[in-house]
Unconditional design. Structure first.
Length: 505
């Protein structure tokens, strides 16, 4: 039920943005604004047909992709490197004209950086001071730092999206992060958003695929501490709670108490980390603990509801059309297989950012528009990527579909499959059958890589069900016993018979 509600929110949001952008473009072209509704509806119908065709095409060429997997991996790597190089060239071209963010440059050059309540801004100024000390007090040095931070975060995000949603989604999101004018413009201005974007991407990469075993339970507690640190620096860091709690709560554990225990463990780490951040702030600033905590709460205290312009960069002609054009595909690719969708966590994060922006929770230094654009870029990639893995064909040994089912060739023995730690079920007929292994993973955790599939299977333990068929009675060993015990000296086995007794003849 939650999936369909999230899809409805995504459809309304994408539809409103698409109508707004097309209407604005119609006004610029000298047409009436209502023509934007017509063109948006026309494109939506074309996207629906394109989604169906794309899924059918992927079903037809799935076997070809399996046979030439190394070639497609090489093609993916080539496209990723091309995006990075082109994005780097775009940023180098605009370094000479970069001039925004001079206030951060001047603050970093002061003898003593003022005490700033916003932790991300204070940490960013300290970083700029260290960089200027090493490489010289030049504005261009700060711009180079911005470029390196943004490109590093984009590459990390590429691998995260590839792990969760596939190669196509990762390539599209990387293309927007590297080549979009909005992202290039933000790389050429001094702002703490780039440093924080790098922190968020690194923390997101640390989130494991599942929380089973005591080591990963400890990692869950540690993840809560990391989220607390990033949330103390800026409230945007609390977005990481969405994927973490989503993985914990949407697990396939039978017991509700197990899910609750893991969620409480993460929240305990969050509280411990937040208390530690306040203690460090008190130690560094010398202010009372109540004053430090109150200053942080007042910084992000909600104000009156209003609709701000949080979606920057959408109004640009080519960029807005391409970004929303890819996002529209997600409306229809969701229905190819709702159980395999990857959009829930990202849409929830977008909803959080939009609501927080409407209530004025974000600060002017980090207004939330940048992280919202990044989330839109990820949604654009996931929307198109769902068309491909929703219709993917089963692989032989090196692939596992998103429901946790791996089909093996008949040549692989059941004993080898059971060593992976799964439930084995025979589904084929004699001579052409197959073996299916259920590993109990979440749809979000399953991957198409052989190594990851093996790791998932090895982490699971075998859970046997009770045999519903009647069993034969248990064999009871019988012993020859008598009620009367004869002493050893009275035992006599030769019985005397009469001479005329012919019974034994």
């Amino acid at each position: 039920m939650v999936r369909y509600l999230i899809w409805l929110v995504y459809t309304i949001m994408t539809g409103c943005l698409a109508v707004g952008v097309t209407s604005l473009l119609c006004i610029r072209a000298g047409m009436d604004a209502y023509w934007g509704i017509f063109f948006a509806a026309l494109y939506a119908m074309a996207a629906a047909v394109g989604t169906g065709l794309l899924c059918r095409m992927m079903s037809g060429i799935a076997s070809f992709i399996d046979r030439n997997r190394s070639l497609f991996v090489l093609l993916e790597a080539t496209l990723a490197v091309t995006f990075v190089v082109v994005g780097f060239l775009f940023r180098i071209e605009g370094i000479e004209n970069a001039s925004e963010g001079e206030n951060y440059f001047l603050l970093a050059l002061e003898q003593e950086i003022p005490k700033i309540v916003h932790g991300a801004v204070y940490l960013y100024l300290q970083m700029l001071r260290g960089v200027f000390t090493l490489f010289g007090e030049h504005f261009a040095v700060g711009i180079w730092v911005q470029i390196i931070l943004q490109m590093t975060a984009s590459v990390i995000l590429y691998f995260v999206v590839r792990r969760l949603a596939g190669a196509i989604a990762a390539l599209i999101s990387l293309g927007f992060c590297m080549c979009a004018p909005y992202m290039v413009g933000h790389a050429l201005m001094l702002s703490p958003e780039m440093l924080y974007f790098c922190f968020l991407a690194a923390a997101l990469a640390m989130i494991p695929a599942g929380y089973t075993g005591w080591r990963k339970l400890f990692l869950l507690f540690f993840t809560g501490i990391i989220i607390a640190i990033l949330g103390y620096l800026d409230v945007t860091g609390l977005l990481l709670l969405i994927p973490v709690l989503g993985r914990v709560w949407c697990g396939r554990e039978d017991r509700f108490s197990e899910k609750m225990r893991r969620a409480l463990l993460c929240m305990t780490g969050l509280c411990v980390g937040f208390a530690g951040c306040i203690s460090v702030d008190v130690f560094l600033s010398g202010a009372p603990m109540q004053k430090v905590a109150r200053a942080w709460l007042l910084l992000y205290y909600p104000s009156d509801f209003q609709v701000p312009l949080v979606v920057e960069g959408m109004a640009s002609d080519l960029e807005g059309i391409m970004l929303l054009g890819f996002m529209v595909f997600g409306i229809f690719s969701f229905w190819r297989d709702p159980e395999k969708e990857r959009m829930t966590a990202c849409i929830a994060a977008v909803s959080f950012v939009i609501l927080a922006g409407c209530y004025g929770i974000f600060t002017p230094e980090m207004s939330g528009s940048f992280i919202l654009y990044v989330l839109f870029a990820v949604l654009a990639g996931v929307g198109v990527g769902q068309c491909c893995y929703a219709a993917s064909s089963p692989h032989t040994v090196d692939a596992m579909d998103d429901a946790g089912i791996q089909t093996l060739e008949s040549g692989r023995s059941i004993e080898q499959s059971m060593e992976a730690g799964g439930y084995v079920e025979e589904t084929g007929m004699e001579g052409g059958g197959s073996i299916e292994i259920w590993d109990g993973c979440l749809p979000e955790e399953a991957e198409s890589d052989a190594e990851d599939a093996g790791n998932f299977l090895r982490e699971k333990t075998v859970k046997y069900i009770e045999n519903p068929l009647p069993l034969p009675k248990k064999h009871v060993k019988r012993v020859l016993e008598y009620t009367r015990t004869v002493p050893l000296e009275e035992e006599e086995f030769d019985h005397a018979v009469a001479s005329d007794d012919d019974f034994d003849i």
